[in-house]
Design a protein around this ligand. Structure first.
Ligand code: GMT
Length: 380
């Protein structure tokens, strides 16, 4: 198939999933065309069957906000026409699903039907999409897509609860590539970061409010009071300076390392004992899955789709959102018991294998085939 993929190219779950999906499909022989305003972070090297089309968002003194949607729609039309795409897959509803509808309408005037699949990732539904300034367009464009997928059952349920959706939504989970995410020996890192054999806790995110980064610090403070440990904070975003200030206030600054954005996240996960994810809501929690694939158990909130990924008492523990005392208790329990920690490490890996890229990619391929078949009936 010739597939166009529209996504956000920056650090963030939806862009990562879209890029890994495209590269995985290309390895399976499909021709993939990424259409974004910047080269996706994970598309660093040359890949056979992969094309990249940059959206040229012309600026002009009249524009306070350059009209990205218009530029994106024009680029989609252009790429579909000249590369003869079979299908367009847009990731994150805002504004991609609405822009895809516009491109589809333009292409129809030229006698070409462009089937569109929209993947809902989370905040496009639960946080931003639900906002009054976007909701009518989100609802409309979901209903106008030829296929809609969501990354968890919980996100599907939320979408049906929050919007008047007339079409079926297919759950296709986030996935993980074990070629990259696996436990490797990085003991030399461990010697540098935890020279006395301290336990290492880790949090990775985009440091937005929804991640409740300050909860991570409060949890760590309680664990730190109970046993020798260090915390790695990976990523960057608006809440980072608050978190750094809180560490200083709590007197734990020396044992917390803010590492900023990191590409080789798997190398850091390799030396970690516990992943902390106290998010307000998480449609799936790709970062937790990445940790589990590297045999790191997870202490998380039970917000959104997290219970579909992190299994209570098996791969980690779940607590109510904001219950830092309970999360800290669970962390201390796990980190103080070697046997239990080893068992949870194994369980985490076994659970992560359910989301192996080799199982999930065929689900997307089958779904595309279904959508294409229905679309061909429409054209006839
Ligand atoms: O986590 C974020 O805020 C980034 C966001 C995105 O769309 O880039 O991530 C969402 O999509 C990921 C991939 O499908 C999911 O694994 C994350 O759980 C989801 N984030 C939230 O729901 C907060």
């Amino acid at each position: 198939m010739k597939i166009g993929i529209v996504c956000y190219p920056t650090y963030g779950g939806s862009g990562v999933v879209a890029t890994e999906l495209g590269m995985g499909l290309a390895r399976r022989g499909h021709e993939i065309h990424f259409i974004t305003y910047r080269r996706p972070v994970r598309l660093a090297h040359f890949h056979e069957n992969v094309f990249y089309h940059e959206v040229d968002n012309e600026d002009y003194p009249l524009f306070e906000y350059p009209p990205y949607d218009t530029a994106l729609a024009s680029t989609i039309v252009d790429v579909v026409q000249y590369h003869n795409l079979d299908l367009l897959h847009v990731h994150y509803a805002i504004p991609h699903a609405a822009v895809a509808y516009m491109a589809k309408k333009i292409l129809l005037t030229q006698g070409r039907y462009l089937p569109v699949v929209t993947t809902l990732h989370g905040t496009d539904i639960t946080l931003v999409g639900n906002n009054r300034s976007f909701a009518p367009v989100v609802e409309f464009s979901i209903n106008k897509s030829d296929g809609v997928t969501s990354v968890s059952q919980n996100l599907k349920d939320d979408t049906l609860r929050l919007f008047n959706v007339e079409r079926d939504i297919r759950v296709i989970y986030n996935f993980i590539d074990f070629e990259r995410f696996k436990k490797v020996n990085k003991d030399h890192f461990k010697t540098i970061l935890a020279p006395e054999g301290e336990r290492i806790l880790v949090h990775t995110s985009n440091f937005r409010r929804v991640k409740r980064v300050e909860d991570v610090i409060h949890i760590f403070k309680l664990v730190h009071d109970a046993l020798p440990c260090r915390l790695l904070m990976v990523g960057d975003g608006p809440e980072r300076s608050n978190a750094e200030r809180l560490c200083r206030e709590l007197g734990i600054g020396a044992d917390v390392r803010f590492l900023g954005k990191q590409d080789a996240i798997e190398e850091l996960l390799a030396i970690c004992d516990l992943f902390i994810m106290p998010s307000e809501s998480e449609s799936f929690g790709l970062a937790a899955l990445e940790a589990m694939a590297c045999e790191v158990p997870v202490v998380s909130s039970n917000g959104g789709g997290l219970p579909e990924v992190n299994i209570q008492g098996v791969t980690g523990f779940l607590s109510d959102v904001g219950d830092v005392a309970d999360m800290a208790r669970n962390a201390i329990r796990l980190l103080s018991d070697d046997e239990m920690l080893q068992q949870f490490r194994k369980n985490a890996l076994a659970q992560a294998r359910r989301f192996d890229i080799h199982n999930i990619l065929p689900e997307y391929e089958a779904y595309y085939a279904e959508v294409l078949e229905k679309s061909s009936i429409k054209v006839e």
